[in-house]
Design a protein around this ligand. Structure first.
Ligand SMILES: [Zn+2]
Length: 302
C-alpha cells in the first residue's frame, strides 16, 4: 500500500492501511472533507490496495495492480460528473448498478468510487440507496464528498465516514514546492486554507495577488495619491472583490503589527458595504484612505 506519496491526513492513512492489512474492508465509505486535500488520491490508492491480489496490498506487480495503473481494471470504476454537468445523474448510478452485479473478473472485489457524490441528484441518491442496502458481497463503494448536508441521511447512515482534515500550511507548502512551484508567498499559502485546489486557482492569478501585497506593503507611504494610484487592481476587480479583500486581510494579519491589524475591521466594513451595493469606486477610495490614515496615524497627528 503506497500512501507515502500522499501528504497529510496521517490518521486516515493509518485507518485505511489497517483495514487492508486486516482484510477488514467494509461495503461503503464516505470520504468527507473540503476539496483539494487529496481525498480522491486516497480513495484510488485504497481501491488499488483492495483489488491487489498479493498480500502486500498494492504491490504494484500483480496483474490487478498493473491493470489498475494502466487505468484498465475491469473491477474498478469511477463515477464522475460528466463534462459541463453540475450533478451526478441517476443514469450514471443506474449504469453502475448494471455493472456492479457482474462478478469480479481479476480480483476478489470490485471497487466503485463516486466522486463529488454530494452533487448526486436526490433521484440518484435514492437509486444508489438500493445498492447500499444490499450490496453484492464483493462490492466496495467509496463516496467522495465535501458538503455533508447535501447527502441524504439514509445514504450517510449506510456508509462509514472517514473524515479528512485540511492540510497544515507546512504540509501544503512542501507539496507545492515539490510539485508545482517554489515561487509562492507565505500569504498565498495562508489564503489556500489547506487546499491544493485553492492553491492552483491562486497561482493562476498570481500577479493579482502580488499586486495586493504591494498595495498593502506601500500603504505606509507618506503620499496618499501614490497609494491610490498604485491600487488600480482593486478598482477593476469588482467581480471578485470580496476574495481580494479577504486576501488583504490575510496580508494585514500576517504583518503582526497593531497598526495593520487595526485595518482589518475597516476592510470588513467595506466588504459589508459592497455587499449592500454601495458605490464601488467610492468604497475603494474610502478603504484606501482609511487604511492609509490608520497606518500613518503618527505621521498625520504630527
Ligand atoms: Zn498487487
Amino acid at each position: 500500500m503506497n500512501f507515502e506519496k500522499i501528504i497529510g491526513n496521517e490518521k486516515v492513512k493509518e485507518i485505511l492501511q489497517k483495514a487492508l492489512k486486516n482484510n477488514n474492508i467494509l461495503h461503503s465509505y464516505i470520504f468527507m472533507g473540503i476539496s483539494g486535500i487529496g481525498k480522491k488520491l486516497f480513495a484510488e490508492e485504497f481501491a488499488k490496495g483492495i483489488l491487489c491480489m498479493s498480500e502486500d496490498r498494492a504491490c504494484g506487480n500483480c496483474k490487478s495492480c498493473m491493470e489498475f495503473e494502466s487505468n484498465n481494471h475491469p473491477d474498478f470504476m469511477e463515477i464522475l460528473q460528466q463534462e459541463d454537468a453540475k450533478n451526478i445523474k441517476i443514469e450514471q448510478i443506474r449504469f453502475m448498478q448494471e455493472k456492479i452485479v457482474e462478478k469480479p473478473i481479476i480480483s476478489n472485489k470490485k471497487v466503485y468510487i463516486i466522486d463529488d457524490a454530494d452533487t448526486m441528484t436526490t433521484e440518484a441518491q435514492n437509486c444508489l440507496l438500493k445498492t447500499l442496502e444490499e450490496p453484492p458481497e464483493y462490492a466496495v463503494i467509496i463516496l467522495i464528498a465535501s458538503n455533508e448536508s447535501k447527502l441524504l441521511n439514509t445514504i450517510k447512515s449506510r456508509c462509514t465516514k472517514i473524515s479528512f482534515e485540511m492540510l497544515s500550511d507546512e504540509n501544503l507548502k512542501s507539496y507545492i514546492h515539490e510539485n508545482i512551484t517554489k515561487d509562492i508567498t507565505p500569504n498565498m499559502i495562508s489564503m489556500c486554507a489547506g487546499s491544493i485546489e485553492k492553491a492552483k486557482t491562486i497561482l493562476e492569478k498570481k500577479s493579482v495577488y502580488e499586486s495586493l501585497e504591494e498595495i498593502v506593503n506601500k500603504i505606509d507611504s507618506k503620499d496618499l495619491i501614490e497609494v491610490l494610484n498604485n491600487a488600480e487592481i482593486l478598482y477593476k476587480s469588482k467581480d471578485n472583490i470580496q476574495e481580494l479583500l479577504d486576501y488583504i486581510n490575510i496580508i494585514l494579519y500576517n504583518k503582526k503589527e497593531l497598526k495593520y491589524i487595526n485595518c482589518i475591521p475597516i476592510v470588513e466594513e467595506v466588504k459589508r458595504r459592497l455587499l449592500q451595493n454601495s458605490n464601488y469606486d467610492m468604497s475603494i477610495d474610502g478603504l484606501l484612505i482609511r487604511m492609509w490614515e490608520e497606518v500613518n496615524e503618527e505621521y498625520n497627528r504630527g
